[in-house]
Design a protein around this ligand. Structure first.
Ligand code: AVJ
Ligand code: FE
Length: 451
């Protein structure tokens, strides 16, 4: 039964924990001691901090809170408390060296799997549907994506490999409309039933979203280059006042990791990008990635459009006009499979725009999940009736603080941490995350009204 921690939920929890750990080890076993303890960017923790922080959270939530035991190493809590020490200062912490960190996470995991076996089938909200195990698996996967971003920032020879994402059928892509219409009316945003949904995705509530048009696919590198070539970075008309001030101050002129080869300042030449240790021509047909919210907002204004609100994004991704219900994923209730979306770090890049027809939403938009996180116009706030669960530091302390919401997940997001309701957030200036965007416009009167 839903809500019960039955055999099926236990098996899903075990599989999610094991998949997360395989990825964590793949991201850390490929570097030597120096590569793990060095700080590759002041924006990020040393990788060995993420590794033992993953184990520390599992110690707290699975061994102590779910298991009711004393935990393995509570004395490590202050070292791996993200709120006590900002990322820039973490190299100074008395962190476990790599071998000890590996032994620590393995020992915590052995205990956690015992808790998983013997935890009661019902009773506490923490165990309902295996929530706390799902939460810990999602936490590890979120840090894995953060570690992937650290790998992208890291200088030096490539150490990661991935598959090529599928090439979409060019005829199919050419036939796609530039934008799709999402009719006006009420839809159900958020969820009260998804057992592993996190506190900020709850509860389900009705939201009236007027009709709007949304880009069928994310904005591509080719389209973004037109903005650059048109002098978009030098024209304050397109920028919010804070965005303009920021862009001038730090000298923004292209997405992070891009470099102009030849040409003159402000025009000409060709662009290359650095991607996981390789330099390559910027592929025009792929969604743009590594832009901050200010750049996305400026591009949208230049294009005569705007960023979608978070509610618009979720309505496009979930609302099924045939039934009036909200789907779990754009394609329906099934867990993501490789044919639906570019998720899970199978690939180290977004797929070309127009890929994944089988993952399309009812409105016809593609690639809403996977490829790149999508900046929305909205700030991160709690839904009506929000209650922090199980700890205030996951979401609550960030609410109302000016963070911008991102939706949809990237090629580096695991399926367990990605669904139509999943909410991510970050500062408007952040570019090391795997973020792109798509644009929208409000429909004119008469377009898309429900009669
Ligand atoms: C939800 C991705 C914003 O990485 O800061 C990890 C996830 N929370 N550990 C973050 C998280 C605690 C969080 N984001
Ligand atoms: Fe964390």
């Amino acid at each position: 039964a839903p809500g019960e921690f039955d055999a099926g939920a236990r098996e899903r929890a075990r599989a999610a924990l094991e998949r997360a750990r395989e990825r964590t080890l793949a991201l850390t076993d490929c570097l030597d001691e120096d590569g793990l303890t060095a700080q590759h960017s002041p924006l990020m923790s040393p990788l060995v901090w993420d590794l033992a922080h993953i184990g520390n959270q599992e110690d707290i939530w699975l061994l102590r809170e779910a298991g009711g035991g004393p935990g393995l190493r509570p004395a490590l809590d202050p070292v791996y408390d993200a709120f006590r020490t900002p990322r820039a200062d973490r190299p100074t912490l008395p962190m476990l060296p790599p071998d000890e960190a590996r032994a620590f996470v393995a020992e915590v995991r052995a205990g956690a799997l015992e808790v998983l076996e013997r935890a009661p089938a019902g009773g506490s909200p923490l165990l309902a549907g295996g929530f706390v195990f799902g939460m810990v698996a999602q936490h590890e996967q979120q840090h894995d994506e953060t570690m992937l971003a650290t790998h992208q920032l890291r200088r030096g020879p490539a150490v990661l490999t991935g598959e090529e994402p599928p090439r979409p059928d060019p005829a199919d892509v050419a036939a796609l409309p530039r934008e799709v219409l999402v009719p006006g009316g009420v839809f159900t945003m958020g969820t009260s039933t998804d057992p592993w949904a996190l506190d900020n995705e709850r509860p389900a509530h009705p939201v009236d979203v007027p009709a709007f048009w949304l880009d069928t696919v994310p904005v591509t590198n080719g389209a973004y280059q037109e903005f650059i070539d048109d002098g978009g970075y030098r024209d304050p008309r397109w920028w919010s006042p804070e965005g303009w001030e920021y862009a001038r101050r730090v000298g923004l002129e292209a997405p992070l990791f891009w470099k102009r080869e030849g040409g003159i300042h402000g025009g000409g030449g060709t662009w290359t990008r650095r991607r996981f240790g390789h330099t390559e021509p910027v592929p025009a047909g792929e969604p743009v990635v590594h832009v901050c919210w200010y750049e996305a907002d400026a591009y949208a204004r230049w294009a005569g459009r705007r960023l979608p609100t978070e509610a618009e994004w979720e309505k496009a991704a979930r609302h099924d006009p045939a039934t009036g219900a909200s789907l779990r994923h754009p394609w329906g209730e099934r867990d993501p499979e490789p044919r639906h979306a570019n998720l899970g770090q199978r690939s180290l890049r977004p797929a070309p725009a127009g890929a994944y027809p089988e993952g399309a939403a009812p409105c016809g938009a593609r690639q809403l999940l996977g490829d790149v996180w999508e900046w929305t116009a909205s700030e991160f706030t709690g839904y009506p009736g929000f209650t922090a669960f199980p700890y205030r530091e996951y979401s609550e302390v960030f609410l109302g603080d000016g963070y911008k919401v991102l939706r949809g997940g990237s090629f580096g997001t695991d399926a367990v941490a990605c669904r139509g309701t999943f909410r991510n957030w970050d500062h408007a200036v952040r570019r090391q995350i795997f973020a792109g965007f798509r644009t929208a416009r409000t429909a004119t009167e008469g377009e898309g009204d429900l009669c």
